[in-house]
Design a protein around this ligand. Sequence first.
Ligand code: PLP
Ligand code: SF4
Length: 360
Amino acid sequence: MDFVIVIGLMYETRKNINELETQLNITLSSGETAWFRAEKNKLPFRLPEYYAGLIDPSDPGDPIRAQAIPNEKEFETILQELADPLGEDDFTPVEFLVHRYPSRALFLSTGTCAMYCRHCFRRNYTGEPQIPNEKQITKAAEYLRDHAEIKELLISGGDPLTLPHDTLNLILGIFRDCRPDIVFRICTRIPVVMPHMVTESLVQMLAGYRNRGMYVITQYNHPVELSPVSIKVVRRILDAGIPLLNQTVLLKGVNDDAVVLEKLMNGLVRGGIIPYYLFHPDMAEGTSHFRITLRKGLSIFAELRSRLSRLALPEYAVDIPGGGGKVSLSGDGIAEIIGNKYMLRNSDNQLFPYIDTGID
Ligand SMILES: *Cc1c(COP(=O)(O)O)cnc(C)c1O
Ligand code: SF4
């Protein structure tokens, strides 16, 4: 397997670990080296030079490094973890479209991302260049036309902003032709991991759809990610009349700390991005090293609630493994707690057992 570094807008491969260490200016730990050496089925390694530059090479526990550099811990799968953690296969009425909640649907626009986040819960889908063709896009659009109850379409993946701009424009155009009233949410990590890909022409293309509702949903997980370059492209998106919201993933060793999250949320608000969700990690295979307990998550959230303004406070939520949907942990989603066994209530008032496998 080649190791892909993204320099400027070019994807370059490094053939061996020494080359990689030189390029990144870090010495890999034994756990990281073991991942690179293993001949196993794995979420590919791809890291933009920009994001690598945010790593503090002297700190083995650096929060950017934990998200970007793979570790052999990804080969450990626990009993509760699933290949399809949200049970989305059961909610896929047509190819590439997930319709889990009546009023909104999610379109898988590509399997590619600029960086493969080591905590990715769509890891069964990402990493492969799966791009729907025009016929498949049209089929999904026809489904939207037949389901007027769907008001918002999440364009996800993978990362839709890695698509060629005319492909993304084609996708958005076909959907709007079928459903002139549909509101778009572009779910992307590009402003965080590779901000210079957010060009003026991309933003203008997106802005062409804003009159009927166009939102960009980012994933900032740590205040270090709010670099001047990143904030500048956020400003570019805002100036084009497109609002931004953020979904943070609560990750052990990255941001499982009220002080860090407080700084992140205030930084987002200052940058013009509204904190939307704080997600407890999903039960995706090979991600248990990123999960803290719900108990600790709840205590961090309680701190945030007392420190942050209502504007800066996201909703803390978890997805029930297997398809139960999202549960609000900051609201009324917890019906019962017995030790590490939870009874969770989704937005349809249905109860589901949840075993907390997190370790603090
Ligand atoms: C989270 C999610 C949505 C959007 O839900 P909101 O609570 O409105 O942000 C839509 N579809 C799927 C499949 C989701 O997982
Ligand atoms: S950008 Fe999103 S889909 Fe892509 S690897 Fe990161 S978390 Fe997964």
